[in-house]
Design a protein around this ligand. Structure first.
Ligand SMILES: NC(=O)c1ccc[n+]([C@@H]2O[C@H](COP(=O)([O-])OP(=O)(O)OC[C@H]3O[C@@H](n4cnc5c(N)ncnc54)[C@H](O)[C@@H]3O)[C@@H](O)[C@H]2O)c1
Length: 358
């Protein structure tokens, strides 16, 4: 079992990572929760694979459990879903001494986490992330949110869980598309903070081979994220490094209405593009973009910028980040493993985009 503690202003919380941990979830929860009632929030896909298993494991330890199943997909990060979930919690007479378990990917983690942070002004939360993205990223760091019709994650809060239980074996049922998506974030950790992780990923033959050692990789990623969020819990400085590749990535995702490119694919394109721009401006060591391109290819992620109107990218970028005059804030790298927050003039971005569209 790998474990680490994340030090947060609300107190520290543990992350446990172990193949097969889900089978022991009843006794693990019992160690940290002395109450009786538990509401398990999950989605329709995860429920099919693991819903009953979790309920049975908890019931076996004498807990009184209630299951709330929402529709799988981003659309469940909505106010409509929140109302349904709050309603069920009232039906089950959940109160502030009880707990909520978020069992699912980033969607369930964010939405159920927001429910936990707001219902009766706060119910303790346990995260059981089931996608690679959720295991290496969204379940750690306390950001919870739902979407508004005008944009993603526009209503949310910082709300740390009591514990995060990660069972990498759950990734066995995840579709290839979502494995690649999570790999995009794993690669990002290597690029921004850990060249050893990056070259370890580079040395695997393919994504399937990397999955065999994924428990250790997840531990490394959680350690990097924990380290960053401990120093900048509320995202006003260093935590922004986690957005490497995300600014241009968001622009791509948004331009194709969140249906053309997945999040991981867009981040891959964003990481390559900003690194190439960094090279052209003399900020990034020459050859780094090519190294990133090679790892993206290995993990079935795209790197070429699709044809998008330059104005649309600039528009999306300028909404995305705090900008100073005509300069824009970006996460840049000097080399693999060394990142920083820097500024780039809008003209330079426009020039690059005009010369490098597919
Ligand atoms: N809070 C944060 O810090 C943070 C960070 C990054 C992303 N996010 C959020 O995370 C969300 C995306 O998360 P995601 O990529 O995990 O998507 P997701 O939660 O929609 O899961 C992806 C798909 O996989 C299915 N699934 C989940 N686990 C499975 C398993 N083990 N086996 C089979 N199917 C499974 C889900 O039902 C869903 O269809 C976005 O809303 C994003 O905003 C939050």
């Amino acid at each position: 079992m790998y474990s680490l503690d994340v030090k947060a202003s609300s107190g520290s919380y543990p992350i446990y990572i172990k193949n097969g941990l889900l089978g022991e979830i009843g006794s693990e929860v019992k160690k940290i929760y002395k109450g009786r009632k538990i509401a398990v929030v999950t989605d329709s896909n995860v429920n099919k694979f693991y819903g009953q298993k979790v309920i049975n494991a908890l019931n076996a330890e004498g807990f009184e459990t209630f299951k709330i199943v929402v529709k799988a997909g981003e659309e469940s990060k909505s106010f409509e879903t929140l109302l349904q979930v709050y309603d069920k919690l009232l039906d089950f007479k959940i109160n502030r001494g009880d707990i909520i378990i978020a069992l699912g990917g980033g969607v369930v983690g964010d939405m159920a986490g927001f429910v936990a942070s707001t219902f009766l002004r706060g119910i303790p939360l346990i995260q059981i992330p089931t996608t690679l993205l959720a295991q290496v990223d969204s379940s750690v760091g306390g950001k919870v949110a739902v979407d508004l019709p005008r944009g993603k994650n526009l209503v949310g809060s910082f709300y740390n869980p009591k514990a995060v239980f990660i069972d990498p074996l759950l990734l066995g049922t995840l579709s290839e598309k979502f494995v690649s998506d999570g790999m995009g974030e794993v690669i990002k950790y290597g690029v921004i903070k850990d060249s050893e992780l990056f070259y370890k990923l580079m040395n695997y033959e393919n994504s399937e081979a990397a999955l065999k050692g994924i428990d250790e990789i997840i531990y490394t990623c959680c350690t990097i994220k924990a380290d960053i969020v401990e120093r900048d819990e509320h995202d006003t400085g260093e935590r922004m490094l986690l957005n490497f590749g995300h600014t241009i990535g968001h622009a791509v995702e948004q331009f194709f209405n969140f249906t053309g490119y997945s999040h991981g694919e867009s981040v891959g394109i964003g990481m390559y593009t900003i690194t190439k721009i960094g090279e052209e401006l003399g900020i990034t060591k020459i050859g780094t973009a090519n190294i990133i391109k090679n790892i993206l290819i290995k993990y079935n992620l795209p790197w070429t910028l699709p044809e998008i109107k330059t104005e649309a990218i600039i528009e999306a970028i300028s909404h995305d980040k705090k900008n100073i005059g005509d300069s824009m804030n970006f996460i840049l790298i000097e080399s693999i493993g060394n990142s920083f927050i820097g500024e780039i003039h809008e003209d330079k971005i426009v020039e690059y985009l005009q010369n490098n569209q597919k």
